[in-house]
Ligand binder design. Structure first.
Ligand code: ATP
Length: 267
């Protein structure tokens, strides 16, 4: 299990996170959602080890993150940050290959090709990464972290992704989320910061709802992901409904002019 226990984080004595505790189980897809500035990326960076919390602790499979050597930690968790800037003109292939540096030795060229084909970026392999589109770059970065954890291991592992599909078109978003769901069978826990509530509703098992540096609710999607909690979280009317023909869950936010109209009618 990946645990964040009583995490506090301050910048120049200003609290950014206060008393945050989260649990991420292997074999589950957990989404972190919440309004802008809620502290999602800060929590994400603390869980990955990129930031140190002021108080509290992070544990991977029971062991404190500080006790792992960097190579050991790379075997237990792979991280895709929100932005990855490269100062060298690496090809897409070379960027994905970087994931193999942190992977067990048996990862081969055929594994890298398999991952790139699954993410539909094999044809981009020789292209300069910096000149790719936003959605193409995201898939290359995703391929890099998938390569890192591609080979099955006996112990639970974790894949942490900060807004991994924000630049992708709708068809690729579904392709990627379905692929991430398949990783659950490899005893991998997936944690993703996501803004698209419709996708969260249909792919996540667990949800962590964050607001103002704290956790509003967390738990099974079926239990916490409802209109009432989402309206409270975002301060905006949001409807969550089951599709009439059983084709998943639909999330709908009314356009602002309809809301203003309804308020005026009620006055
Ligand atoms: N280095 C920093 N210095 C000062 N304030 C910071 C710093 N990093 C984050 N913050 C503040 O901490 C709060 C949480 O930021 P964070 O990036 O974690 O939010 P978020 O939930 O990921 O937001 P978004 O949805 O907009 O990406 C924000 O108010 C932000 O301005």
């Amino acid at each position: 299990m990946l645990q964040g226990i009583n995490i506090h984080f301050c910048i120049s004595e200003k609290p950014i996170l206060g008393e945050v505790s989260v649990k991420l189980k292997p074999g589950q897809f957990t989404a972190i959602i919440g309004p802008n500035g809620a502290g999602k990326s800060t929590l994400f960076k603390i869980l990955t080890g990129d930031l140190q919390c002021s108080r509290g602790e992070v544990r991977y499979n029971g062991l404190e993150i500080e006790k792992y050597k960097s190579q050991q930690l790379a075997r237990v968790r792979a991280v895709m940050p929100q932005h990855s800037v490269l100062s060298f003109p690496f090809s897409a292939w070379e960027v994905v290959e970087l994931g193999a540096l942190n992977a067990p030795k048996e990862i081969g060229q055929e594994d890298i090709q398999e991952v790139m084909e699954l993410l539909q970026i094999w044809h981009l392999k020789a292209r300069n990464y910096n000149l790719l589109s936003g959605g193409e770059r995201q898939r290359v970065q995703l391929a890099r972290v998938l390569v890192q954890i591609w080979k099955k291991q006996a112990f639970p592992r974790y894949l942490l992704l900060d807004e991994p599909i924000s630049s992708m078109d709708v068809s690729l978003q579904h392709l990627v989320l379905a692929l991430l769901n398949d990783l659950k069978n490899r005893n991998i826990g997936v944690l993703a910061v996501l803004h698209d509530l419709g996708l969260v509703a249909n792919y996540a098992d667990q949800v962590i709802m964050m607001k103002a540096g704290g956790i509003e609710s967390q738990g099974d999607l079926k239990e916490v992901f409802d209109s009432k909690n989402l309206e409270k979280l975002f301060g905006y009317p949001i409807q969550v409904k089951k599709h009439e023909e059983g084709l998943g869950i639909m999330v709908h936010s009314l356009p602002l002019h309809h809301i203003n109209h309804t308020i005026k009618q009620a006055q």
